[in-house]
Design a protein around this ligand. Structure first.
Ligand code: MTE
Length: 316
């Protein structure tokens, strides 16, 4: 490990040019009342019905593996949940403008043989995947998003988790001077999320560094955010600065804020309703009407075996 991170000495323009060269084509195609996704429903505007702005960036396909069209770039980057900046989804983009993400580093520590601090460029060098994933918010809306990034297991294998490690805890930057929403007293900052180690090592679990073939915008969690497509969107923590391997189940921000409403696993499940609304269907942003919600958000074949023997009604 070098004492000066390469991302601190690389001019930004050169840095992003390098980053684009590192992006490779599709490897796998295959996500106050304390609401984890803000207001109770998606906007009724038909903004999502506009033609796909593929020119926004390079994407290798316009549909997910189920034939669903990508949600337009403007919607993916203009309708966001990010309480560190605003609780109003349509204001997050403006509120996050100017959020500085270079230099950036991520500490990976805890129950690992080789704890390490990764500079942003180290992590961008791992970037190797474009993944088209459905994002299903616990509030009942969804999008289809083309991410770029790297599978989390690529990072974790570099630090060598020990046999005692059972969970992975993720933490967002904690700095109210840069994230004004962290001055709000009703959440326990920083934003924290967690996965079981086998969930974290699953190939679908992505660390996203880009969207639509472009660097991740601040409002989507720049420079690095988790994406776990079979779980509700609140698990996909943004602006990650620390990843800790542990033998104790982490308590997420949402579990601490509303333990009766948000659990640790939070797998998308149309048969387990939120205490205040049904999870049986959802509104795909840009579509009129609602569509049935799929078990595990449509990734059942890939991930159901992780939960063999568990009562999925109990282990929400
Ligand atoms: N991460 C942090 N740090 N803060 C947040 O408020 N919101 C979560 C998740 N990650 C959130 C977060 C929720 S509720 C959702 S639905 C997704 O981010 C939304 O991601 P998107 O804005 O890229 O669509």
């Amino acid at each position: 490990m070098t004492s000066i991170l390469s991302s601190e000495i690389t001019p930004e323009q050169l840095f992003w040019q390098r980053r684009r060269l590192l992006a490779l084509p599709l490897l796998a195609g295959a996500g106050v009342l304390l609401n984890a996704c803000g207001a109770a429903d998606a906007p009724t505007s038909d903004a999502g019905a506009t033609p796909l702005p593929i020119s926004a960036g390079v994407v290798s396909t316009t549909k997910d593996e189920l034939g669903n069209p990508l949600t337009p770039f403007e919607t993916v980057t203009g309708y966001n949940n990010y309480y560190e900046f605003s609780t109003d989804k349509e204001r997050v983009k403006d509120a996050a403008t100017g959020f500085v993400t270079t230099p950036w580093s991520v500490v990976v520590d805890g129950m690992v043989a080789k704890p390490r601090t990764f500079g942003l460029e180290d992590m961008l060098a791992l970037e190797s995947a474009e993944r088209i994933y459905r994002l299903r918010c616990v509030e009942g809306w969804s999008m289809v998003i083309p991410w770029t990034g790297f599978p989390l297991h690529a990072l974790l294998s570099l630090v060598e988790p020990t046999a005692a490690a059972k969970y992975v805890r993720f933490e967002t930057l904690n700095d109210a001077t840069r994230m004004p929403g962290q001055s709000e007293p009703w959440y326990q900052w920083p934003y924290v999320e967690g996965l079981r180690l086998d969930e974290a090592m699953h190939d679908l679990t992505l660390m996203a560094t880009g969207v639509y073939g472009k660097p991740l915008p601040a409002q989507n969690g720049a420079p690095l955010r988790l994406v776990v497509p079979w779980k509700y969107g609140f698990k996909s923590i943004k602006a990650v600065v620390r990843i800790t391997l542990t033998d104790t189940q982490p308590t997420s921000l949402w579990m601490a804020a509303a333990p009766d409403e948000y659990g640790f696993f939070a797998n998308v499940n149309p048969r387990v309703d939120h205490p205040r609304w049904s999870q049986a269907d959802e509104r795909r942003i840009g579509e009129l009407g609602r569509r049935p919600t799929l078990p595990f958000n449509g990734y059942k074949d890939q991930v159901a075996s992780l939960y063999t023997g568990m009562d999925l009604r109990k282990f929400y």
